[in-house]
Ligand binder design. Sequence first.
Ligand code: ADP
Ligand code: MG
Length: 219
Amino acid sequence: MMGQEISIAQLRRWLLTYAERVIENEDHLTELDTAIGDADHGVNMRRGMGKLQERLQEEMPSDDIGAFLRSVAMTLISGVGGAAGPLYGTFFLRAATSPTNGRSVDLAQLTQMFRYGLDGLQQRGKAQADDKTMIDAIQPAVEAMEAALAAHQSAAVVLAAARQAAHLGMKHTIEIEARKGRASYLGPHSIGHQDPGATSAYFLFETAAEVLTKTADSE
Ligand code: ADP
Ligand code: MG
């Protein structure tokens, strides 16, 4: 169905669920970054997610999605650190510039928000598909959303498509050689290991499919 609106409160619930999911998976993210990086992605993300939880709990509900997303971005840039902090921060900073209805977004605007974030992330990090980075989860997810939206699918279908595409993209990073970030120093030895950033990025779409569809369909 078209015309489903997703509110700031729903986006806030999504990001709180994301923070929880990442914190639950800290050890997993650390293991992945131990194999092909410097073993800090779990710690970096857990620290940033703790800051994000504090920020989302203390902050008065913002009345503008752009301002809300900018605040999320600043928290991630300062809280996560490493390569991933500025990259996730850029994703949300750029997402914050996409058109909204102020306090809500419709499905097309939500899809465009993710597209803006992806484009910003790529401009910042200069990674392409198949470089074995978080782009390998995010790009297929955004493309799947755009395709499902063009086919007039519901929010539930659009977000399920994003989750599935992000999951496949994350798994695909096992098979490819890293060409960006620390893992690229390993060259062909990076093959056989799942990318930590693609894994934390997958959780964005996993939790969006869980939280945004449920709330969007029931409210
Ligand atoms: P660091 O590499 O500084 O230790 P993290 O361990 O927190 O930072 O994050 C590593 C993740 O960052 C990688 O798994 C990869 O997904 C992502 N990454 C690194 N460089 C880039 C880039 N140029 N573009 C997109 N993602 C990148
Ligand atoms: Mg690292």
